[in-house]
Design a protein around this ligand. Structure first.
Ligand SMILES: [Zn+2]
Ligand SMILES: [Zn+2]
Length: 249
């Protein structure tokens, strides 16, 4: 069952006065500003809109069912990718990752996709396009980011941790192949009860990108080398698992 109107009113009233010391280096504090129904092609969701006190970026949580006070809530952290998510770019796997996550979560009793506004692994849209330009001339993702003066991955997850606390989730099962996400959330006080592998088969354009992610950024990918696209939902394992069960690396 989604959040009921009375519950939504209660949350919005409580959140209106929320203030805390903030999370992460930027001391970001977020407040839930709106909760609305979002029927989508992937299932029924509610979107929770967050105001934040720092940069005016409107992050959202896409919520299925009612995760409030729940343990082991399947959760995906998705960083915005305009070219992938909206334009259907095949240079990365972002849109597939988002779609598979939304489908998988819609099939559960409850779950959350946090849609974080940190485009291009945190370097912003224009810099991502500049990095693509360098890749068009032979660099890999990591080399291109470094050439532009950024780290390989500038994303950070303190806002995500605050959002999960705002949603009053007791513990999550994180859908990810990226150990850094788990570590950062734990550092910010989120109880990560397990990890659910999130594996999308590569296509001919993003294979090199995915291999770079695996070889240079420590991601736990294992579906590489498959030339075809099987049913995309089938590689996700959902259910209650310990932190190490379900690891397929
Ligand atoms: Zn706060
Ligand atoms: Zn992308």
């Amino acid at each position: 069952m989604p959040l009921a109107p009375t519950e939504i009113d209660e949350i919005l009233t409580a959140e209106a006065d929320h203030e805390c010391a903030g999370y992460g280096e930027q001391k970001v504090c977020v407040r839930i500003a709106a909760i609305v129904d979002l029927p989508s092609r992937y299932g029924r969701f509610q979107v929770v809109g967050f105001w934040n006190n720092r940069d005016g970026r409107d992050h959202v949580a896409i919520v299925h069912g009612n995760p409030i006070g729940r343990e082991h809530v399947p959760t995906r952290l998705h960083s915005e990718c305009l070219t992938g998510d909206a334009l259907g770019s095949l240079r990365c796997d972002c849109r597939d990752q988002l779609e598979v996550a939304l489908q998988a979560i819609a099939a559960q009793e409850c779950g959350i996709v946090l849609y974080l506004r940190q485009e291009g692994r945190g370097i912003g849209l224009l810099n991502k396009l500049r990095a693509y330009g360098l890749q068009d001339r032979g660099m890999d993702t990591v080399e291109a980011n470094l050439a532009l003066g950024f780290r390989d991955d500038e994303r950070e997850y303190s806002v995500a941790a605050h959002m999960l606390h705002s949603l009053r989730v007791k513990s999550i099962q994180l859908m990810t192949n990226n150990p850094k996400k788990v570590e950062e959330l734990v550092q910010h006080g989120v109880k990560v009860a397990g990890r659910i592998p999130h594996v999308i088969p590569p296509n001919e354009f993003n294979r090199f990108y995915l291999e770079t992610k695996r070889d240079r950024s420590g991601h736990m990918l294992d579906a590489l080398g498959k030339p075809h696209l099987p049913e995309q939902g089938e590689l996700i394992q959902l259910g209650t698992q310990g932190a190490d069960e379900g690891r397929r690396d």
